[in-house]
Design a protein around this ligand. Structure first.
Ligand code: NAD
Length: 327
């Protein structure tokens, strides 16, 4: 029975964390892509983003992934064929400061969901993992060849999640996909502080400014949030084989913090001079994190389509609108 459902195109998606930065975009992409698709969101609204609303074929459940009774109730009522698991404590400083709490949500919460999915016979599970699970290496980090090595509490959880999902796939014969998401950027990010931090240091009307930040040299692969959502939807709609597989979700291009600040200056029409502030430096900060994009391009035809400049323009436009509306 499970094998038959693995080959059928998925059409009922439960998106945990569907109220979040990536989640609300993913829900929209899934519903837009297929007029026969239905989606449900399970989210405890802990990052204070609103529940997605105002769409047909969408149902919202407020609840915590660690609450087994609530999860069972949602699965029994909505009957998803696919769970897209995005709910997590994603704010890295919170993961370091509140270590037991973040592991409880990110590891125990994931296990609660997997166990409930197994009990209910849900055939397909997509996990939001992270590019942070890779060992620190120069050059593009590759799904097949680059070793994994967790170096902080957040990546410990994501690395563990990958094992949990793999074990679930082996145990149940279910379809499991792991999306290793790289630095996603866009407006409405409750955890993304770099660009708002920079903008807040620029007094209104100023045409040139000096600011200070933490480490300036680390290079990151920034992917627009709309592209991340498209990639996750493509992964969620894939039909096997193999039963368990991994994809990077990345743009395939990296820039340093210094280069990002220069580009932001261009977007805002401001000359920004930036200094490194030792007090703001992260103790643990990998020098580079670039994702190899060949596998997802080859297998799913996915390619990031929105540039970093577009992401920065979106963020600036939204922040300016918020500032204009604030009393
Ligand atoms: N944003 C990125 O750059 C990035 C990079 C790599 C991986 N990821 C992963 O992608 C996923 C989505 O990230 P995001 O940027 O949208 O984060 P986000 O914080 O905006 O969204 C997470 C959502 O999960 C919900 N949530 C948290 N704890 C919950 C719980 N116990 N029960 C139910 N819901 C809960 C939150 O309310 C929020 O709506 C996360 O798993 C994150 O770790 C994100």
């Amino acid at each position: 029975m499970r094998q038959a459902s693995l080959k059928r195109l998925p059409s009922r998606f439960l998106v945990t964390g569907g109220a979040g930065f990536i989640g609300h975009r993913t829900v929209s992409v899934l519903l837009d892509a297929d007029p026969g698709a239905e989606a449900a969101v399970l989210d405890n609204l802990s990052v204070a983003m609103p529940m997605p609303a105002g769409r047909e074929r969408l149902v919202a459940y407020e609840g915590d992934i660690r609450d087994r009774m609530r999860v069972d109730q949602v699965l029994a009522e909505f009957r998803p064929d696919t769970i897209v698991h995005l709910a997590a404590v994603h704010h890295i400083p919170t993961c370091e400061r509140q270590r037991a709490y973040s592991l409880d949500v990110n590891v125990v919460g994931t296990e609660t969901l997997l166990d409930a999915a197994e009990a209910m016979g849900v055939a397909r599970f997509v996990l939001a993992s992270s590019g942070a699970v890779y060992d620190w290496r120069d050059g593009a980090l590759d799904e097949t060849d680059t070793p994994l090595r967790a170096r902080d509490n957040y990546s410990i959880a994501k690395h563990t999640n990958e094992y949990q999902v793999g074990f679930w796939g082996d145990r149940t014969g279910g379809f499991a996909r792991i999306a290793r998401i790289f630095n996603t950027i866009g407006h409405d990010d409750p955890n993304g502080h770099l660009v708002p931090d920079i903008i807040k240091q620029i007094p209104a009307g100023q045409k040139s400014v000096d600011i200070s930040l933490g480490n300036l040299s680390p290079r990151r692969d920034y992917i627009h949030a709309d592209d991340t959502a498209r990639a996750i939807a493509a992964i969620a709609c894939e039909i096997g084989p193999p039963a368990v597989d991994v994809y990077n979700v990345a743009s395939g291009q990296d820039v340093s913090v210094q280069e990002l600040v220069a580009l932001l200056g261009q977007v805002m029409g401001i000359a920004i001079r930036v200094d490194e502030d030792p007090a703001k430096k992260r103790r643990i900060d990998r020098p580079s994190q670039l994702g190899a994009t060949g596998k997802i391009e080859r297998r799913l035809g996915f390619r990031a389509s929105k540039s970093l400049r577009i992401a920065l323009e979106d963020i600036v436009r939204h922040l300016n609108r918020e500032l204009a509306l604030s009393p």
